[in-house]
Write a protein that binds this ligand. Structure first.
Ligand code: GUN
Ligand code: ZN
Length: 435
């Protein structure tokens, strides 16, 4: 059981920052250290204090002057859409039908799914994302490929075989019974294997019949600890079409509520155009509104009402995500930069401490995984990243002007991408160096 000490500046959050000068929301060490042992953080804090409690001959890795943060968490993306990124479409439904559904049909082939899974995990590590909540395709083979690769890399991942039984090409349809049986098989095979978490994943109400929604409800009852992930209220045309398919429901959110799919482990992609009633239901059930800014801009879906959701009396839990391949970047830095700009258009501010809180602990809390990830606390998974605010010549030039932690974070968010991730540690191992 070898211990390794890793020295750098360190930053970890303890709660959501309420303002730019809310120093109680985080712990920052200008000369900090972590000790990793058996894939976990064994100690963290000021270098001198951490070092004093360790054997004199402990191996030391020095990342100064860089900044260590918990690994980024991405709460919504599609692993079979890596080759869909940047498809030229006017809106969501055209994009799905013209590019995305045909592409996902290819994942019936295990060899293709396995190849893309390898690329997927490479990109996660390259961009400093150590946990993600992913959609696979409808094919069980795609989930098998995904979870096998996650296990091989020893990464903590949430993912699900998509359930969809209508309004898509034949090669992308299961049936209510198949969706149920194959999801159960994926759960039995992969849940808790390594650091894998299986999510019940009906794609959205347009592609699931009421019978399939009932099957998803049965699964959610049988496995109440699992995540449920789907899409909600992304695009006006989508909302109208969805409501026409479920005429008895009060609104889009009510469809998922009627099938028992709303709860604290429910992740709802997009949630841009919710009514006050729907926000109330989100709040009461604890379901999470997952904001996907680069996707919302790329597909012209709308401007996510972040402040309205988080500050109303019945507040809604919120997280952030890339939504590859509707989204255009794997980077959570790029993602929060676009989130910032969306809030600017709405006349609201998103401060850099909030952004970095969401990339780490906030998103971990949205996944109910804050006891394992999203923090540098001893006892949690040793998934963390090393950030370099001078990673490019242009960043280095701007870095000359940085004289506070807030400035540094804002520079990383505004100009950073995978090049700013100097290293990604997965279970205590330098994984980016190994790519
Ligand atoms: N709604 C249903 N499926 C999808 C998808 O793959 N991407 C996005 N952005 N929205 C969806
Ligand atoms: Zn999505």
């Amino acid at each position: 059981m070898t211990k390794t000490l890793i020295r750098a500046r360190t930053l970890t959050f303890t709660r959501a920052p309420s303002s730019l000068d809310d120093e109680g929301a985080y712990l920052y060490e200008s000369d900090g250290a972590l000790v990793v042992e058996n894939g976990l953080i064994a100690a963290s804090g000021a270098y001198a204090a951490v070092k004093a409690g360790m054997p004199d001959d402990i191996e030391e890795i020095d990342h100064r002057p860089h900044l260590i943060l918990p690994g980024f968490v991405d709460t919504h993306l599609h692993f079979p859409q890596m080759q869909v990124i940047g498809s030229y479409a006017a809106n969501l439904l055209e994009w799905l039908n013209t590019y995305t559904f045909p592409e996902e049909c290819r994942f019936v082939e295990s060899a293709h799914a396995e190849r893309i899974a390898r690329h997927f995990f490479d990109e996660m590590i390259r961009h400093g994302t150590t946990t993600a909540a992913a959609y696979c395709s409808v094919h069980k083979a795609s989930a098998d490929a995904f979870f096998a690769e996650a296990l091989r890399r020893d990464m903590r991942m949430v993912a699900g075989k998509v359930m969809m039984d209508r309004n898509a090409p034949q090669g992308l349809l299961d049936t209510p019974q198949m969706g149920y049986d194959e999801t159960r098989a994926v759960i039995e095979q992969w849940q808790g294997k390594g650091r894998n978490h299986v999510a019940i994943t009906p794609r959205f109400a347009i592609t699931s019949t009421p019978e399939q929604m009932s099957a998803a409800e049965t699964l959610a009852r049988e496995f109440p600890d699992l995540h449920v992930q789907t899409h909600l209220s992304e695009n006006r045309e989508e909302i109208d079409y969805t409501c026409s398919l479920y005429p008895d429901a009060i609104d889009y959110t009510d469809i998922y509520a009627r099938y028992g799919l709303m709860g604290r482990k429910t992740l709802l992609g997009h949630c841009i155009h919710l009514s006050e009633r729907e926000m109330d239901v989100m709040s009461e059930t604890g379901a999470v509104a997952v904001h996907c800014p680069t996707s919302n801009l790329f597909l012209g879906s709308g401007l996510f009402p972040f402040r309205r959701l988080t500050t109303r009396e019945k507040s809604v839990r919120v997280s952030f995500a890339t939504d590859i391949g509707g989204g255009t970047s794997y980077s959570m830095l790029r993602t929060l930069d676009e989130a910032y700009k969306i809030q600017q258009l709405l006349g609201e501010r998103l401060n850099p401490f909030e952004s970095f809180y969401y990339m780490t602990l906030g998103n971990a809390r949205a996944l109910s995984l804050e006891d394992r990830i999203g923090t540098l606390e001893p006892g949690t998974d040793a998934d963390f990243i090393v950030l370099d605010m001078a990673a490019t010549p242009a960043m280095a030039l701007k870095a000359e002007m940085v004289d506070s932690l807030a400035d540094e974070l804002f520079l990383l968010q505004t100009m950073g991408d995978d090049r700013a991730i100097a290293e990604t540690y997965v279970a205590g191992v330098a994984a980016k160096a190994g790519l």
